[in-house]
Design a protein around this ligand. Structure first.
Ligand code: NAD
Ligand code: ZN
Length: 347
């Protein structure tokens, strides 16, 4: 089968011919119907040899941690899925047995790392291929009648902001202000989720007029350029009080400066971006009662909830489609900031 693989640190990913994988006992093979390209993949592929080796992901690795497909074959002992059933892969899998996993919060499983359990496409072969193996049927969420290519990105670009926003839902009351920084794959869904779930006034920040227009189209009440004047512009537009929550889908030193200016007592500062180096700096001396969170992906039940939001038409993903052969081009556009919404690969 064909697969998009990251082969060598620092080199662009390539389409390669690899053996079609066979499901082992307890495993399920999916025929992939769509896979999404996430900036986290770009981030991983931007790491130096030394930084990459800290992850210990073996190469070559098939990319893609957003995946949907149909059940194509099952291993010994799998009885609770139906061949041909359309499903989405829940990516941030845990041990499946601890308290966190029992609650569906496999994204916070404390044992996954020690057990060598990693998400598909981020440590083991992922969804940018014709077929993929899923370790356990519990990681398959029914897709039902949702269109695969339109909705595959909900497994991360929907689930991650949903989880981030749910964690601040107590603050997002009538009259509150929520700021979304970075209206890309995750951020444009975040704006819609805020509008669907809360009465907050939603302000978006990004780097180009085009992105600001996009933010308004998906429901932001206001959108401004993300620069040193952004806090003053926001105050002028929505009043000078502290914002209730900032959802940051970038996380770098510049953005953290903006967040600090926006934060006041009881502000939630929710850092979703992967700019890990900067994550630790600049947030000392926070205002009283403010919370800084670094949420990771989302829970299994939350993915079901996100699919319901899509089913009811309250959330949709702006997608740009690519064939598997053109998947490297999807990553080039993602890297260069040329996408509107999410790049989705349809094998
Ligand atoms: P993306 O490239 O689709 O979108 C990023 C957006 O941020 C773009 O619109 C870009 O123009 C904008 N941007 C860049 N610099 C900015 C700045 N200084 N101010 C304002 N906007 C700026 O990326 P994505 O796939 O949506 O991912 C967003 C981030 O979230 C990435 O860092 C990714 O690694 C991370 N991520 C984290 C998790 C998690 O679980 N914590 C999950 C998925 C993705
Ligand atoms: Zn991701």
């Amino acid at each position: 089968m064909k697969a998009l693989q990251y082969v060598e640190v620092g080199k662009a990913p390539e389409i390669r011919e690899v053996p079609t994988p066979e499901p082992g006992p307890g495993e399920v093979r999916l025929k992939i119907t769509a896979a999404g390209a996430c900036h986290s993949d770009s981030f991983v592929m931007s790491l130096s040899e030394e930084e990459y080796s800290a992850f210990g992901y073996p190469l070559p690795m098939t990319l893609g941690h957003e995946g949907v497909g149909v059940v194509d074959a099952v291993g010994e002992g799998v009885h609770n899925v139906t061949l041909g059933e359309p499903v989405a892969v829940y990516g941030p899998q845990g041990c499946g047995r601890c308290r966190a996993c029992a609650q569906g919060s496999e994204n916070y499983c404390p044992y996954a790392a020690d057990l060598g359990i990693v998400p598909p496409g981020l440590g083991k072969d992922g969804a940018m291929a014709e077929y993929m193996i899923v370790k356990d049927p519990r990681l398959l969420i029914p897709l039902g009648d949702l269109d695969p290519a339109e909705n595959v990105a909900l497994t991360d670009a929907g689930l991650t902001p949903y989880h981030a926003i749910k964690g601040s839902i107590d603050l997002l009351v009538p009259g509150s202000v929520a700021v979304v920084i970075g209206v890309g794959g995750l951020g444009h869904v975040a704006v819609q989720i805020l509008r669907a779930l809360t009465p907050a006034t939603v302000v978006a920040l990004d780097l180009s007029e085009e992105k600001l227009e996009f933010a308004r189209e998906v429901g932001a009440h206001h959108a401004f350029l993300s620069d040193a004047e952004a806090p003053a512009r926001i105050a002028e537009e929505v009043g000078a009080g502290p914002v209730a929550a900032v959802f940051d889908f970038v996380t770098n030193a510049k953005v953290l400066e903006i967040i600090q200016q926006l934060a006041g007592p009881r502000t939630d500062m929710v850092l979703v971006g992967a700019g890990s180096v900067e994550r630790s700096v600049g947030l000392l001396g926070q205002p009283y009662g403010s919370r800084v969170r670094a949420p990771y992906w989302g829970t299994r039940p939350e993915l079901m909830e996100v699919f319901e939001l899509a089913r009811s038409g309250q959330v949709s993903v702006e997608t740009e489609r690519f064939s598997l052969e053109d998947a490297p081009e999807a990553y080039r556009k993602l890297h260069d900031g040329q996408l509107r919404g999410r790049a989705v690969v349809v094998p």
